[in-house]
Design a protein around this ligand. Sequence first.
Ligand code: GLA
Length: 416
Amino acid sequence: MRSSRRSECALSDWELRLRKSFHFVTDSGAMLASLCLAMALAAGSLRAQSLAATPPMGWNTWYAFGCHATDAEVRAAADAMATNGMRAAGYQYVNLDDCWQGKRDAKGFIHPNARFPDMKALADYLHRMGLKFGIYSSPGPKTCGGYPGSYGHEQQDAQTYATWGIDFVKYDWCSAGEVYKPGQLEAAYEKMHRAILQTGRPMVYSLCEYGMDAPWLWGQSVGANLWRTTDDVSNRIGFQEYQRMMFVGFGQAGLGHYAGPGHWNDPDMLQIGNRGLDLSEDRTQMTLWSLVAAPLISSTNLAQLTPSELAILTNREVIAVDQDSLGVEGHRLSQAGPIEVWAKPLSGKRVAVGLFNSGESTLPASIRFSDVGYSGAVRLRDLWKRENLGVFRDHFSAEIPRHGVVLIEIQPAIEE
Ligand code: GLA
């Protein structure tokens, strides 16, 4: 009797459609296996693009609850997103970070710990709300928090995630250095990519190796939809939160051309709502992350957000800069001491420009329109004030407050 095609190849309906379009007619042996893999990889690269056509948006447990997150807190965060305007503004993924793991059973399958009694039920809860569910593991034997990693269990873990209904996998290096040699990072990350493909369930694939092996050079080729470009944006001893955030954000300079639809640079999560940043600094992070087309993953206790912080997280005009359909990452136009000007090309002949001041007092900053490709008059809008500023020629100048930013959108003016 013929076994089902699904068990032989584990192809999704989507991949089966692709398979038909390849006029695939045989079912036998090695040829089947290699064709399955080739098609899975081809489907994977197409899927990678359709999965994260714009930078993923969502929420993550890590900076909110660290290693103590619970099922109830994840559900409460989802409830908050559904009622506080975040879901409506585009935040979609609810990502459970480290420390959810329990023990492996006799067959090697991972089970959650007591804080997560039923992962499938949690996934169903999120899916019913129109949200998606993300999870975390490591290519090493242990995660950063010391919980079981996926080493030697990659296919089993991917299958478990698929069974639970997972939509996003963050794969964090940590102890993998104990089992892989330098130069084996790509292979280690590709292994989980293939395992995910074999399940037939689309899952956004998020690499976390802190930028140590330049993942922007190879992340896309191992199926990643996003890759961390740096170490953590917070919790670095000896750094002030604002200095650290600026170091990480401005550190994206030069990486822009590695990003695009389906594959994004990831400078770690939004700190808005967390201790350490004031409102000007919050606006600065939201602006800089949007200009560099970063994933917008909030990681704070949403129950404690103030109305002003929530307004920053849900400013749709700023989010639209991040999510613009062109998918071009912005770049640094100029730097003069504490003043930096960054620009991001947008669809419809528009350009977003951020004028940043990392100094300790208010300072002037300006942008010459010819530097972003305009020769004639332009129309400007201030995206934080949500105000049209009118028609300008040649340049725009503004006073930028300490640790603050002005974000404008430029478009050609229709001359009267
Ligand atoms: C590393 C990652 C963080 C987080 C923790 C979890 O530090 O960079 O984003 O996932 O591990 O232990």
